[in-house]
Design a binder for this molecule. Structure first.
Ligand SMILES: C[S@@+](CC[C@H](N)C(=O)[O-])C[C@H]1O[C@@H](n2cnc3c(N)ncnc32)[C@H](O)[C@@H]1O
Length: 281
């Protein structure tokens, strides 16, 4: 029977606070060696080390436990993490959909929860497509696409040097060096200098992608697809994003034909991460 983190902590954390111990956490890594990332409520901060130890007891492959210290901060979208317990080396190998990703979650963004979203995008890519992945992080979108669609090729642009370094390493580990090119730099400078347009452009930066629509739209070939991510209110998730997207396209003299509207994941009780797909004419 699977042991429960709360029962591991009974006698350590007072009964009136035990209900605050989170039962869910992200596990990044493999069966042999993984890192867990957990959000410790303020009321339990003094018990951080015990929570870390308890988590390692209930999930035996977890060698290090990181606490989500803050909201994802700054441009790199990396959380300020604290090591609660275990090995200070938090670099791991994570397997997903036939790909392997090396990452240190304390240094670069990676979310195992987004594997279904990566599958959904990957399954849309057809023979011979050229794909631009803006905000590419450690490379999961570009690498999943390249592995599944061997005739497709991708350019992946990321400005966090650690994220870019892992992307280069992951391209090598997944043997897709002939299909994926990783570029270190700000999309605002890198993309216009690429000198080509793409069949498909991804903008996986929900908090702020809209500020880069003026860069992304001219990168799409006429008739190509733009995948635009956005944080949206739960009650009306698509109106604002669709307006921002269509206005940005029209401002540049084009037309956006929205082909799909997707609720990707819930960010908070009131906010969703959404995706709007549009054909740019
Ligand atoms: C939400 S993460 C997504 C990473 C990756 N696509 C994934 O799915 O794992 C957004 C990434 O965009 C990068 N980023 C933010 N602004 C950028 C910019 N102006 N140019 C290049 N990269 C940027 C951040 O460093 C971060 O790695």
């Amino acid at each position: 029977m699977k042991r429960d983190i709360r029962s591991e902590l009974s006698g350590i954390i007072p009964t009136e606070l035990i209900g605050l111990v989170p039962r869910s956490f992200d596990v990044i890594g493999s069966k042999g060696r993984a890192v867990a990332v957990i959000e410790v409520p303020t009321e339990l901060e003094q018990y951080g080390a015990s929570i870390g130890e308890a988590l390692m007891c209930v999930q035996r492959n977890v060698m290090s436990v990181l606490s989500k210290g803050t909201e994802r901060m700054g441009g790199f979208r990396v959380r300020e993490m604290t090591l609660l317990a275990g090995d200070p080396n938090t670099e791991v190998l994570h397997k997903e959909s036939g790909c392997v990703f090396k990452v240190d979650p304390a240094k670069a963004y990676f979310s195992p929860r987004e594997s279904t979203e990566r599958e959904k995008i990957t399954s849309q890519v057809t023979t011979g497509e050229r794909v631009l992945v803006m905000f590419s992080g450690i490379g999961p979108f570009a690498i999943c696409i390249a592995k599944r669609q061997r005739t497709a090729s991708c350019v992946a642009v990321e400005f966090n040097p650690e994220g870019h370094r892992y992307c280069v390493e992951n391209i090598r580990l997944n043997k897709v060096g002939d299909q994926v090119t990783a570029i270190l730099g700000d999309v605002r400078e890198v993309c216009p200098a690429l000198g080509e347009r793409f069949d498909r452009v991804l903008m996986p930066l929900p908090k702020g992608a809209y500020e880069y629509l003026d860069v992304a739209i001219p990168m799409v070939k006429p008739g190509g697809i733009l995948h635009f991510y956005h944080w949206a209110p739960r009650d009306d998730p698509f109106t604002e994003g669709e307006r921002i997207l269509t206005e940005a396209v029209e401002k540049l003299g084009g037309k956006a034909e929205v082909s799909d509207r997707v609720r990707v994941s819930q960010y908070s009780p009131s906010a969703w991460k959404i995706r709007i797909d549009a054909r740019i004419i």
